[in-house]
Design a protein around this ligand. Structure first.
Ligand code: FER
Length: 277
């Protein structure tokens, strides 16, 4: 009885936190507004020791970007059918963030949009479910840590501590974010999985030592649409965090497996990331 009461309290607390910090973005949040300052987009290429080729990524620099400042960095990952342009083409993070900057609702940050399919041919053409293409999403862990992050941190005025790195993504990119973020807490403190895919590790492999991890995590965001066939993956991850008392935000939101959900996730997540707490 006591245990049931306690777990109910934990659930209420978790829900209370989640409902206080999440919700649906207001109308117009993703529309381009010519009256406000805009960030700048760069395309970069970096040498990947992991893959043995030059690879491409897109970088969004905030309005009023200056090399005299130092910025935290969010790595924002795409899904199984996407590439380094998927977020830009379908999610317009630059519009969402420009609007949030105009309202002073986000910390200034650099956003990197990598290609998370770490193989020589990293296009999303052909059979995107082919085993070698799916495996390349796991290989991206080394490409990200050993090649891309060092490149970004020497080319841009980036802060280079774990508290100043975030990783978030949608679907396959959500699984990557949970796997690589929780698996490398010496590198990342802010982690977000949006509608995470079956590439998400089983919870006890994702976070085998929850007690030592707790204090390192600044934000663990787990969200999914209530009509998404992948919801169970987010729920099993959430259940483990609740059982092991790992602070997190779980947000089950109205929607399916699409950019309506992921744009809202970015709107919410970006306001929490790098914020003091
Ligand atoms: C799967 C179902 C969905 C899977 C991957 C996905 C690798 C990814 C979906 C997405 O990124 O949108 O069985 O296996």
């Amino acid at each position: 009885m006591k245990k049931t009461f306690l777990s109910l309290c934990t659930l209420c607390l978790a829900f209370g936190i989640a409902s206080a910090q999440t919700g649906q973005a207001p109308a117009g949040f993703d529309e381009s507004n010519p009256a406000i300052a805009h960030g700048k987009l760069d395309t970069i290429t970096y040498q990947s020791k992991t893959v043995g080729v030059k690879r491409r990524a897109v970088v969004y620099l905030p309005p009023n970007y200056s090399k005299l400042k130092k910025y935290p960095v969010l790595y924002l990952l795409h899904g199984i059918g996407g590439d380094e342009f998927e977020w830009l083409n379908q999610g317009h993070p630059e519009r969402i963030l420009d609007n949030l900057y105009a309202q002073k609702k986000v910390k200034e940050m650099i956003v990197v949009l990598p290609n998370g399919r770490a193989m020589a041919d990293d296009r999303s053409s052909g059979n995107i479910m082919a085993p070698d293409k799916v495996a390349a999403f796991a290989t991206f862990e080394r490409d990200l840590l050993d090649d891309l992050i060092p490149y970004i941190e020497q080319k841009y005025p980036a802060k280079n501590t774990r508290e100043n790195r975030a990783i978030a993504g949608l679907s396959m990119g959500g699984g990557q974010s949970l796997n690589f973020g929780l698996g490398n807490l010496d590198k990342f403190a802010w982690i977000g999985g949006f509608s995470s895919a079956p590439n998400t590790k089983m919870p006890d492999q994702l976070l085998p030592k929850p007690d030592t991890a707790k204090d390192k995590i600044k934000l663990l965001w787990i969200s999914c649409g209530d009509e998404d066939g992948l919801l169970k993956i987010s729920e099993r991850t959430r259940d483990y965090m609740v059982e092991n008392k790992v602070p997190h935000i779980f947000y089950k939101e109205p929607g399916k497996h699409d950019f309506k959900v992921w744009k809202n996730d970015l709107y919410q997540f970006s306001q929490l990331v790098f914020a003091n707490k």
